[in-house]
Design a binder for this molecule. Structure first.
Ligand code: ADP
Ligand code: MG
Length: 582
């Protein structure tokens, strides 16, 4: 009975209460459960003990929408209570939801409007930052809206403030629903928002056909306000202007023709002096796998969806990854085709990051010298003369970047201001000079030398033991939560995600935790499929049924992560066991 309304999730919040001291939950209010009843019950509860809020659990019929109290907090200081607001008909025209891209954009637009409407109330809705990412808090159904909102149920000490609660649930919520009706909103703005996202998606999906891995529009604003703000730089930003030789022109469904720099498949080097904007450009490419809101400055900066930022990440765990292309014969005698460590070095962590990305299908690597292990990137002649090949287990990336391209179709965009060695292997070289890009490929080629490549054998696919991905052990208690942008708590494990740079939204971290759970519970990770196949299977499910398949009863907010970030979390989970290498 108790599980019927709260599900298993409600218990997560009461962890500190201890087993014996828990008071029995009040029964849910019975009988007619409409808005008038909710109003009178809340007023009648005024001054009552805070725990009585739990009797609100379940559905309340407001006529044109249903308010569901999914979880009621047990005291005023606990994490917010959770309500769902399901509006059957918000007048949203079919043109705004029939297509999945426009549906996502419309939901995002409405979520942001909901946040503005809720300002100053006790209700909070999760919305995106600069990116438009499918999220649990606001979903558009066929003409309707499905909202998941946090509420700080008001109290005076340990007593219920019934009047304030009545104002919020029976006043603010209906006002919100009215304010989101298509008749009420600036529908031209909503349509323009969706048009912009649709253009971004069209631009990105056209990359492959044009032989490009990325596109940066003329006029795009890449720099951000500060290291801690993702808003566009306020003033003084130099707008992007493509070198003529790399300029391409693309027709978009809504915006018409746009021009900009096409980054071709192959190996592209970004060079230039320090502080000339190299990392800013690469950063924009990293985020170009996501769509940006109008006004961001990067709406027309797109990168193929399989692009993965690669970096060194000292200390990470590696579980049976085939890093043999990069590491041959360690002093410990470990088998690098089946490599495991609790504490990777800078170079082996970067090698693992590359091999794991390629293992699950990435064909676009993004690398910035600022965050790499130098000894995995280059080895110059003098070092080769001093430390002989048979004493150096590492094969530098420079010897593998061409085989990766030639034999596996993997392109690389690399920022490298400190060494000219990569001129030898680059197909294109772009120099940033005071934030203006120039095509210096010909000049760089004149400085290039002959170089022989190593071999890159495709990393062996791994089959994960699903039992090792378990958040429900006695100590884990099924916990999935996030600490800032740094840590995902998955059961009893803390997963360090600080170096997973393409997590751009806090909700995606929670989403990745839920995706691990879904991989196992949904039978995708079945002990037979490879990791890549399991991710394919989960992605199909997500494409069909939307992000909420990750947790319909989950008592928190989450957003859709990519397969690369889901795998990144799995690969960093200290409990992970790989059963087999194929
Ligand atoms: P690099 O990697 O070449 O050393 P960064 O990309 O870190 O340089 O940029 C250095 C500084 O210049 C940063 O503060 C960044 O915000 C700013 N910047 C980057 N691109 C632009 C631009 N197009 N217009 C104005 N400022 C920029
Ligand atoms: Mg830099």
């Amino acid at each position: 009975m108790a599980g019927r309304y709260g599900g298993g999730q409600g218990r997560r919040h009461g962890g500190g209460g201890g087993r014996g001291g828990r008071r029995p939950e009040p029964e849910p209010i019975r009988g007619v459960r409409d808005d008038a009843r909710l109003s009178s019950e809340l007023l009648a509860m005024d001054g009552g003990s805070y725990g009585r809020y739990k009797s609100l659990k379940g559905d309340w019929d407001f006529g044109d929408f249903t308010l569901t109290v999914q979880h009621a907090q047990s005291d005023p200081f606990a994490p917010p209570s959770r309500v769902r607001v399901l509006v059957r008909d918000a007048g949203i025209p079919e043109s705004a939801w029939a297509d999945p891209v426009r549906r996502r954009a419309t939901a995002d637009y409405l979520g942001r409007r909901a946040r503005r409407l809720l300002k100053g109330s006790l209700l909070k809705i999760d919305t995106g930052g600069q990116e438009v990412i499918e999220r649990s808090s606001c979903q558009v159904t066929e003409g309707g809206i499905d909202l998941r909102i946090g509420v700080d149920l008001p109290g005076r000490g340990r007593r219920i403030d019934g009047r304030a609660a009545e104002r919020e649930l029976c006043g603010t919520v209906p006002d919100l629903v009215d304010g989101l009706d298509w008749e009420e909103i600036d529908s031209a703005e909503a349509v323009a928002f969706a048009d912009s996202v649709a253009d971004t998606v069209a631009l990105r999906s056209g990359l492959e056909g044009r032989g490009l891995v990325a596109f940066v529009a003329d006029g795009a604003v890449l720099p951000r306000r500060s290291g801690v703000s993702d808003q566009p730089m306020a003033g003084g930003a130099v707008p992007f202007d493509s070198p003529a030789s790399l300029r391409v022109s693309v027709d978009l469904p809504h915006r018409g023709t746009v021009t900009g720099m096409g980054v071709p498949e192959g190996i592209t080097l970004i060079v230039g002096g320090g502080f000339h904007g190299k990392s800013t450009l690469l950063h924009a490419l990293e985020r170009g796998v996501y769509d940006h809101i109008p006004g961001d400055g990067r709406e027309l900066v797109v990168t193929r969806t399989d692009a993965v930022k690669i970096r060194a990440e000292e200390g990470r765990r590696v579980e049976r990854t085939d890093v043999s292309p990069f590491v041959r014969g360690l002093p410990t005698g470990a088998d690098t085709g089946d490599f495991r460590t609790e504490n990777a070095s800078g170079s082996t962590s970067q090698a693992a990051n590359i091999c794991e990305a390629v293992e699950i299908g990435s064909r676009t690597l993004l690398v910035d010298e600022d965050s790499t292990a130098t000894n995995l990137m280059i080895r110059d002649e003098r070092m080769q003369a001093l430390v002989h090949g048979d004493r150096e287990p590492l094969v530098p990336f420079i010897d593998l970047v061409r085989p990766l391209r030639r034999d596996h179709g993997v392109s690389t965009v690399l920022v490298m201001g400190g060494s000219g060695d990569y001129f030898d292997v680059a197909d294109h070289v772009v120099m940033l000079d005071a934030y203006h890009p120039h095509d210096v490929t010909d000049r760089a080629r004149k400085l290039a030398r002959e170089r022989s490549d190593a071999d890159f054998a495709r990393p062996r696919p791994r089959v994960v033991d699903p039992a090792s991905v378990d958040d429900t052990t006695a100590r884990g208690r099924g916990r999935i939560k996030r600490r800032d942008m740094d840590v995902l708590v998955f059961g009893e494990h803390d997963v360090d995600v600080r170096s997973v740079e393409q997590f751009v939204d806090p909700g995606q971290i929670t989403g990745a935790g839920l995706a691990l759970r879904a991989l196992v519970r949904g039978g995708h990770l079945d002990g037979t499929r490879t990791l890549s196949e399991a991710l394919d299977s989960l992605e199909r499910r997500l494409a069909e049924d939307g992000v909420t398949v990750l947790g319909t009863e989950f008592g928190g907010d989450y957003a859709l992560p990519r397969r690369y970030e889901i795998a990144a979390v799995l690969n960093r989970l200290r409990a992970l066991r790989v059963a087999e290498l194929r």
